[in-house]
Design a protein around this ligand. Structure first.
Ligand code: NAP
Ligand code: MG
Length: 497
């Protein structure tokens, strides 16, 4: 227990007017779904927040039909400049309602308010502003000859960054001239439904954006629908694999953003204070529910003990608790199912011989919580070094030479992201070039910008979100867009295979 105590500083929930029930958002209005409604709870308290409709097959048909009508009659005929105006309007409305959206996100997802307020929601607005700017420039930006929209996009997103993943999906799709049907994750549908209100406020033509709620079965019906032209999925690798199989041999264009097991590589010449903060941000941001989390720390052997000692003392200062408290660093785990998975994999790590250390902190009585945990003496064959824990659990491995660091970093079925910490720019470039990861951060971690493409290799999926590459996923062109090859060498190598 630290001698520095903070008084509670809870963000008020008064700004949020939750309805007791939410329907599906189809063709510009809310309507009840035909499936069995489900409850949304706060993972921090297990308290009921609201009841949400489930879309069955007929509702999915209705949503896709509404998107098709809107595509044929309005959206695909509108000029890019006019589409851009709607996207700018959405971006400004997100900013206007940012406090309310942040409170809703923290309540429903369990993430600390300082993250939803300072990271998630500002990035949501940034994504809409950025792609609003693209809408009228598609013909002049090296996207190939006569780039054209695809049609109706089916989009399925996970629970870890609910509103941000929605923005990553909807903003480029609309800018490119497509209409969308999006399904949020069952445990975090709330901000997608508030976004539906924003769509109404922005006066978007009915059917351009449709939000349908429900569990996995709703997602299956949506991506399998014959009348969708694009499938964009973010979630787990097993579900991504099932989707890839189900759309194989159809006309549907697919992007998959899947799991990760990133290496965060710390060389002995790294700025240690910064590196410690970067390691903490890499794996304890958003309770470690981050696909690109730096879940494997690869630290040079000569500084291992120092780094681990400093990490432990830093983790002992993190405050775990009420996600709505402005001082909270570690919020709630999103669901009891995810908590079970984190516990099970951590127990396996211990059984396999890794050494477990957990920060001392008071766990609230209700809700789903997992204290920040570090495993040392981890070897590459351990399951906690291979599988995605998707929780606040760091596996520490060591290396002696850059070649060993690279070999260990690449020893994973995934390839989403990586971090390199070193004082030497030449070393950073040389190592980055040999890492099979879509995104590489140098002397920082978990930074996102709408202008920068994001995506994976291997079992982390294919396709890129963000930047010019992100909009290309929602376009077809008469001739291939040669200029679109990624510029970074390691990305180019992978994309060519
Ligand atoms: P998930 O189980 O794959 O679910 C993702 C979404 O797909 C949810 O909306 C889910 O609905 C739906 N779904 C489930 N089964 C489906 C099926 N057979 N067909 C169509 N849709 C289906 O993943 P999760 O547990 O929610 O999310 C965690 C995973 O997402 C992690 O592996 C993480 O790495 C990955 N992720 C990747 C990125 C990235 O950009 N690469 C970003 C964030 C997360 P319900 O949840 O309602 O059942
Ligand atoms: Mg919830």
């Amino acid at each position: 227990m630290s001698f520095l105590e903070y008084a509670p500083a809870p963000e008020s929930q008064a700004i949020l007017n939750l309805r007791s029930e939410y329907g599906l958002f189809i063709d510009g209005e809310f309507r009840e779904g035909h499936g069995t409604p489900f409850a949304s709870i706060s993972p921090a308290t297990e308290k009921h927040l609201t009841t949400i409709s489930t879309a069955d097959g007929a509702d999915v048909d209705a949503a896709v039909a509404a998107a098709r009508r809107a595509y044929d009659r309005t959206w695909s005929r509108m000029s890019g400049a006019d589409r851009g105006k709607y996207l700018f309007r959405i971006a400004r409305l997100v900013q206007e309602r940012s406090r309310e959206l942040a409170v809703a996100e923290s309540l429903d997802n369990g993430k600390p308010i300082k993250e939803s307020r300072d990271v998630d929601v500002p990035l949501v607005a940034a994504w809409f502003f950025y792609y609003a700017g693209w809408a009228d420039k598609l013909d002049h930006a090296g996207l190939g000859a006569n780039p054209a929209s695809l049609g109706v996009a089916a989009q399925v997103i996970p629970w870890n960054f609910p509103l941000l993943m929605l923005a990553w999906k909807i903003a480029p799709a609309l800018a490119a001239g497509n209409t969308v049907v999006l399904k949020p994750a069952e445990t975090t549908s709330l901000t997608a439904l508030l976004f539906a209100e924003i769509v109404q406020q922005a006066d978007l033509p009915p059917g351009v954006v449709n939000i349908i709620t429900g569990a996995g079965a709703t997602g299956v019906a949506l991506v399998g629908h014959d009348d969708v032209d694009a499938v964009a999925f973010t979630g787990s690798t097993p579900v991504g694999r099932a989707i890839a199989k189900s759309v194989a041999g159809t006309h549907k264009k697919v992007t998959l953003e899947l799991g990760g097991k990133a290496a965060n590589i710390v060389f002995d010449d790294a700025p240690i204070d910064q590196a410690i903060e970067g390691i903490v941000n890499g794996i304890f941001f958003n309770q470690g529910h981050v696909c690109c989390a730096g879940s494997r720390l690869l630290v040079q052997e000569s500084i291992h003990d120092e780094v681990v000692d400093r990490l432990k003392s830093r983790l002992s200062t993190l405050r775990l608790g009420d996600p709505l408290d402005k001082n909270t660093d570690i919020g709630a785990i999103n669901s009891s199912a995810q908590l079970d998975r984190i516990r099970a994999l951590s127990d396996i790590g211990e059984a396999e011989g890794a050494e477990r250390w957990t920060a001392e902190c008071t766990i609230p009585e209700n809700g789903f919580w997992f204290a920040p945990t570090i495993f040392t003496n981890v070897s590459t064959s351990h399951r906690i070094a291979q599988e995605e824990v998707f929780g606040p659990v760091l596996s520490v491995l060591t290396f002696r030479t850059p070649a060993e660091a690279i070999a260990k970093a690449n020893n994973t079925p995934f390839g989403l992201s990586a971090g390199i910490w070193s004082d030497k720019g030449s070393r950073i470039l040389a190592v980055a070039d040999k890492l099979r990861a879509g995104v590489i951060w140098a002397n920082t971690f978990n930074r996102f910008d709408p202008a920068s493409p994001f995506g994976g290799y291997k079992e982390s999926g294919y396709g890129r979100e963000g930047g010019r590459h992100g909009i290309a996923s929602y376009l077809k062109t008469a001739a291939p867009a040669a200029a679109l090859e990624p510029t970074r060498k390691s990305v180019t190598k992978g994309a060519a295979k």
